[in-house]
Design a protein. Structure first.
Length: 408
């Protein structure tokens, strides 16, 4: 699995000033960090930006503004920062939308949305030249609407070893990782470097980008972090952080950093104990189109439960759950990718976090080309064949777009 890192620049006016140093080896109260949204500090001093609530944001900023420029029209001062973070996801291969180091004109972002906007922007201000926001985002989800070609975004998350070999990092490994971000006012060069926590800083950056931040940031700005959850529960932690203007950020003291919580395997056990067996037992028909039509025909005749595996017997399972999974399998088999629920939505249905919308055979009808890849729907030759099997079935309606959760 490739998890990636994004570099954001969202636009307009910049940095400078005398040396200013912040160091947090843990965030035990009282601290001069303001918390908004889901953000909290755990009893042992971890900055926890998100919790097990879906579709929410979390922000944490140093409470005092940092003067990045000597005057509004001056050039940006050099700065550097380093922080240690970890992402805990409920599902090993899926996550919320990541964490970002942020320089913002305000510590309050009340109109920012969760999910792909990662608690920074919304659908009306994303990309505006009035945002004056600089952010380095460690993103774990591909966002097609932002033009991400794949999960890689701009660069694979990882680091360069001394032998010049690249080593991938999994951002949702539940392990601590350290990031270094440096900006040089003379060369206008931004370096982003990362490695597993406890390793030396690699000599070669993961990303080098040249841009004059004088057109991005204002004279006085706030520094901190933003994070957000989507449909998948993810917890984003920062264990330590340091920042410095006009110099190298202080090193963090490993012995003082708070320990990460133990991951509760129960969070994913229901999916593997219940969801996976249900899929293997009830969704076998989605692989072969003829089996799909067979199950669909049973549903038309009001006998969809005849499609269950006979080896299940008569006891030990919930009839409503079996029926739900069979109908969900039909929906996942829709030949139009736009009509299929996303994997995150499927998991919500399987976990019982969300009820499957009431579906009828008409909802999966010819109007949606339910032919597992063909383009004729139930019309023409295909329709004449299957109508003989299903006693002359025809259909006209379609799944409402509101049920679709953005495709695959």
């Amino acid at each position: 699995m490739f998890i990636k890192l994004i570099l954001f620049f969202l636009l307009s006016q910049t940095l400078r000033s005398s040396s200013q140093i912040l160091t947090y080896n843990g965030f035990n109260p009282p601290t001069d960090i303001s918390l908004q949204g889901l953000a909290t500090v755990t009893p042992n001093g971890l900055l926890k930006l998100t919790n097990t609530t879906v579709q929410k944001t979390g922000h944490a900023f140093y409470t005092k503004p940092v003067r990045f420029k000597d005057s509004p029209n001056a050039t940006v001062s050099s700065f550097s920062t380093t922080f240690v973070f970890a992402i805990y996801s409920q599902i090993p291969t899926l996550s919320g939308h990541g964490i970002a180091f942020v320089i913002s004109p305000s510590p309050a972002l009340p109109y920012a949305l969760p999910s792909q906007y990662i608690g920074l922007f919304n659908n009306s201000n994303n990309g505006n030249d009035t945002n004056h926001v600089f952010a380095v985002e460690f993103d774990t989800i591909q966002s097609n609407e932002f033009g991400d070609p794949n999960d890689n975004h701009y660069s694979t998350a990882g680091y360069w070893k001394e032998n010049n070999k690249f080593q991938n990092l999994n951002l949702i490994s539940r392990k601590l990782m350290q990031v270094w971000i440096n900006y040089d006012e003379l060369s206008n060069k931004i370096d982003v470097t990362m490695s597993p926590y406890g390793s030396d800083k690699p000599s070669k950056p993961l990303i080098t980008y040249v841009t004059d931040l004088s057109s991005v940031l204002l004279q006085d700005m706030y520094v901190g972090f933003a994070s957000a959850t989507g449909s998948v529960i993810s917890e984003h932690y920062v264990a330590g952080w340091s920042f410095r203007l006009n110099g190298e950020a202080p090193s963090l003291t490993s012995s003082n950093l708070p320990k990460l919580p133990r991951f509760e395997q129960k969070r994913i056990s229901d999916f593997y104990k219940i969801g996976m067996p249900l899929i293997s037992l009830f969704l076998f028909f989605s692989v072969i189109s003829l089996a799909f039509y067979w199950v669909f025909g049973l549903w038309l005749r009001g006998n969809i439960m005849e499609a269950k595996d006979p080896n299940l017997g008569c006891d030990g399972y919930d009839l409503e759950e079996v029926e739900m999974v069979l109908k969900l399998g039909l929906l996942c088999s829709h030949s139009d990718p736009r009509a299929r629920p996303s994997m995150r939505l499927v998991l919500q249905y399987l976990r019982g976090d969300m009820s499957l919308p009431e579906l009828t055979p008409l909802d999966l009808s010819a109007g949606n080309e339910m032919n597992l890849g063909g383009r004729e729907g139930f019309s023409g030759i295909a329709m004449s064949y299957y109508s003989s099997v299903f006693n002359g079935f025809t259909g006209v309606s379609s799944i409402a777009d509101s049920l679709l959760s953005g495709g695959r």
